[in-house]
Design a protein around this ligand. Structure first.
Ligand code: SIN
Length: 245
């Protein structure tokens, strides 16, 4: 993760800087794209003239951006425009450490497994309880069929192994039922989100935070009131297909 404080960026500058690291995704939730800048995904609970300015409470569960796509995101760059005085932090967990601290036996077993990632999983598990603004519609559901990824991936730049599963989008192991997968996934999810692996970012207005989705997962904390504005712009940088170990 890289944190740049006190940046003064127009949407065009945010897009141009992000492009230096790769081509940019257009998020599947088209209602949340910034007008004139489809590369910017607006995460916001602000409503103006009865119209939501972005997708409220997106990412309020552990996930890696776009792991539900066949080619998940390399990185994300989030720019804070409005943040609550208290709360609205984002937690990041280190997936290298998550892998490296498992026993050799479990590492060996996971090295050979793949898992299914599905945007609909987060929709059912998290958003269905939280009001309509963040739900997947039929069109975006069609564009995001479940995909399979190795449970352990080799980072293409560092060559290190990282766990590549997350509670938001990973529904089960390939060739196993959800019921069979549940006990091991539950163990792994509590392992990968333990406090020792977490950095918690306390946002300031004008922060630009750049994270690597190939070796981290993150969780936006929804601990502020609906009347408390939190307004963020995110670009998402295209990645490559996860390479198994
Ligand atoms: C996300 O990128 O998943 C949202 C993170 C946040 O709003 O802090």
């Amino acid at each position: 993760m890289l944190i740049f404080r006190d940046q003064h960026l127009t949407p065009a500058q945010h897009v141009a800087f992000s492009r230096r690291f790769g081509s940019l995704e257009t998020h599947v939730i088209s209602e949340a794209l910034l007008e004139g800048y489809p590369e910017i995904y607006v995460i916001s609970n602000v409503v103006e003239n009865g119209k939501p300015k972005g997708r409220a409470y997106a990412g309020t569960y552990w996930h890696s951006d776009l792991s539900y796509m066949a080619v998940p995101a390399m990185g994300s760059m989030m720019y804070a425009l409005q943040i609550p005085e208290i709360g609205g932090d984002t937690m990041f967990a280190n997936m290298y450490l998550a892998y490296e601290t498992l026993s050799m036996g479990l590492q060996r077993m996971l090295d050979g497994l793949s898992a299914v990632h599905d945007f609909g999983h987060a929709d059912q598990r998290y958003f269905s309880k939280r009001g309509a603004t963040a739900r997947l519609n039929e069109a975006s559901r069609k564009k995001t069929p479940p995909v399979e990824h190795p449970v352990v991936r080799t980072h293409p730049t560092t060559g290190r192994k990282a766990l590549f599963i997350n509670p938001g989008f990973t529904s089960h192991f390939v060739d196993m039922t959800e019921e069979e997968s549940e006990p091991l996934l539950a163990y792994l999810f509590q392992h990968i989100t333990q406090p020792a692996f977490i950095y918690r970012h306390r946002w300031q207005v004008n922060d630009l935070v750049f994270w690597d989705n190939r070796c981290t997962i993150h969780h936006a904390i929804r601990d502020y009131g609906e009347e408390t504005p939190r307004h963020m712009h995110r670009t998402t940088i295209c990645g490559d297909k996860p390479v198994p170990v």
